[in-house]
Design a protein around this ligand. Structure first.
Ligand SMILES: [Zn+2]
Length: 186
């Protein structure tokens, strides 16, 4: 069901402040890797990138797809556009591409129409009320976000958390939004 388009990145961030220590060279390599695998999909208009956690210790796109299809009864399945694994259920830092990205369909991840329609949903596997994202996850998120921002012309202020648009604790109290994305400004 999912294309075997999996992006492995080897760039790192320092914990716990998550100041990006990614070098220009690493970013360039990461972006080249993402581009190779995502450039083939044409994109429609997107305005936001919305970051989530899965709220589960482990998981992967296939599991969440099954849950969304069978329990939530969403005919398009997986509500997110991308899932970033944490090493438990999917590779650590692995980016899985959902069918909704391949088909450029609205997501089902926010609970508010505007953000589902124009928001690219990225799910980080884990429960960040209880733990932290891994360095590899943050690195992949950073590079993926950089790529999507440029590709879809999304401003940095529109890289938001689920809790920014809805009354929810997603993606968890420990999610290190901080200045990460401000520093990623082009
Ligand atoms: Zn969420």
């Amino acid at each position: 069901m999912f294309l075997p388009a999996i992006v492995c990145m080897t760039v790192y961030f320092m914990l716990p402040a998550y100041k990006p220590t990614i070098t220009a060279e690493q970013l360039k390599k990461g972006l080249a890797s993402v581009s190779r695998q995502l450039d083939c999909y044409s994109v429609r208009k997107w305005e936001y990138i919305v970051i989530h956690h899965s709220g589960t210790k482990s998981g992967n796109a296939g599991e969440f797809d099954k849950f969304h299809r069978e329990k939530r009864r969403w005919k398009n399945g997986l509500g997110y556009h991308f899932v970033i694994g944490n090493g438990d259920g999917a590779g650590n830092g692995l980016v899985e591409i959902g069918d909704r990205w391949v088909n450029q369909q609205s997501g089902a991840h926010v609970g508010i129409n505007k953000y589902n329609r124009y928001g690219i949903g990225i799910c980080m596997v884990g429960n960040f009320n209880e733990s932290y994202p891994t360095r590899a996850q943050m690195a992949s998120l950073f590079v993926l976000t950089q790529y999507l921002q440029a590709r879809c012309n999304i401003s940095s202020k529109n890289i938001i958390l689920h809790s920014d648009c809805k009354n929810t604790d997603c993606p968890g109290a420990n999610f290190p939004y901080d200045k990460l994305f401000a520093q990623a400004l082009p």
